[in-house]
Write a protein that binds this ligand. Structure first.
Ligand code: SF4
Length: 399
């Protein structure tokens, strides 16, 4: 069965809408934001509504694709993975209108009984705002409802939802329609909400450095009961990340958790075991920009080793544009060091050329390590061998 995605860890990509807003250092070279500038009417406009950001709903033909993939997967008897929203963040809080390629707003009838997208239409945004005439704007919640329904109509697909806003997962999940118990609800009655798990929806968050690990992972772990697989996308990895001592959301509690094993350590040596992460993806940054950032090879190695110690599958996607020595063998590749940009990098992310020459030796002594050479050879040439091995770990789905 064919795969329509170039991303190594998925079979398909699906974008329910396009458009987003940068939130953290991992977004600096967002390829989707760069591409959208070429065709903003279809690919969305990055930024908030106040600065003319746009979220553009996918065409009907796109919404039909997952149904076809599901049929193919069922016929072959092999489950397929769908990376949802490579041009958006599924859990972005967006309160503006959702538009089509012509810039018209998607609208729905005012009646609360009309839940389905079959009733949606489009209208000129300005006239709609002035004179709604029984219609209201389709919201991001409506689009999420449609997306969650689609996930439930495609049981042969595993949907991978990665977000940089995991704090929004629970509130947005609980308010979406497939999670609402509508049975026996009379008009005007308030529906009941439930934290319903979806067995083919995997939830992930991006972790590019330690700060984002502290901020995002505890939020993701709150969603343990919603999904069979919780995962981390450590790409682009921009700094060392220790997953073995993550403080709780309430930073005042005197404990920290190894989020790979789920063990929480308390003072006096007490421990308890709770929710944990099922899968870690790691990769360096890629892109054409001059400012693409190298990943120190030790950052990837320590993540790999932490996963190994906790028996958590580790997927090494790529070195990225830059590669550290000795993963890249110049002799085998017939490449002259002088023909490519290269820098000496410490594992704390500092470059030797940023430190005055006369201080480099004492700096090295102070942080007790020598810098390694990193070279920009391009994503393809850099490949995805870490210390000579491919790492293709995939999670086992919890029942
Ligand atoms: S959250 Fe994702 S899609 Fe949105 S700006 Fe950041 S990298 Fe781009």
């Amino acid at each position: 069965m064919g795969s329509n995605s170039k991303i190594e860890w998925t079979d398909h990509t699906f974008n329910p809408w396009r458009g987003c807003q940068r939130v953290s250092p991992g977004c600096v070279h967002c390829y989707a934001a760069a591409q959208s500038k070429r065709n903003p009417s279809l690919l969305g406009v990055w930024g908030p509504e106040a600065v003319e950001g746009k979220r553009v709903l996918a065409a009907e033909s796109m919404w039909a694709q997952p149904l076809k993939w599901n049929e193919q997967a069922e016929k072959a008897g092999v489950r397929q993975k769908v990376f949802c929203a490579s041009f958006a963040d599924v859990f972005e809080s967006w309160f503006g209108p959702i538009v089509n390629g012509a810039g018209d707003a998607w609208i729905k009838p005012y009646s609360q009984r009309e839940w389905g997208h079959e009733h949606w239409d489009t209208a000129d945004l300005e006239s709609m705002k002035r004179d709604p005439q029984g219609w209201q704007l389709v919201t991001m919640s409506d689009v999420l409802n449609r997306l969650f329904k689609l996930t439930q109509a495609t049981p042969w697909l595993d949907w991978l939802l990665v977000t940089k806003r995991p704090e929004n997962i629970l509130p947005m999940w609980n308010l979406s329609e497939p999670m609402i118990d509508l049975a026996g609800i009379e008009p005007g009655e308030v529906p009941r909400y439930r934290k319903k798990p979806l067995s083919n929806v995997w939830l992930g968050t991006s972790v590019e450095n330690q700060e984002m690990a502290y901020k995002r992972i505890p939020q993701l772990l709150r969603c343990r009961e919603l999904s069979p697989v919780l995962f981390l996308s450590c790409e682009p990895l921009l700094g060392p990340v220790d997953l073995t001592l993550i403080p709780p959301i309430n930073r005042n509690a005197p404990c920290s958790t190894n989020v790979l094993s789920g063990v929480t350590y308390w003072p006096e040596g007490d421990t308890d075991t709770g929710a944990s992460i099922d899968w870690v993806i790691c990769g360096g940054e890629s892109g054409k920009e001059k400012s693409i950032r190298p990943m120190h090879p030790n950052w990837a190695r320590t993540l790999r080793d932490q996963c190994l110690a906790a028996d958590v599958p580790f997927f090494y996607k790529q070195h990225g544009e830059w590669i550290g020595m000795p993963d890249y063998d110049c002799f085998t590749h017939g490449m002259n060091l002088d023909s490519h940009p290269h820098r000496m990098m410490f594992s704390n992310g500092k470059f030797a050329d940023e430190i005055p020459r006369e201080e480099r030796y004492s700096y090295s002594q102070r942080i007790e390590e020598l810098p390694v050479s990193v070279m920009r050879v391009g994503k393809k040439a850099a490949g995805r061998l870490l210390d000579g091995f491919e790492h293709n770990g995939m999670p086992e789905v919890r029942e």
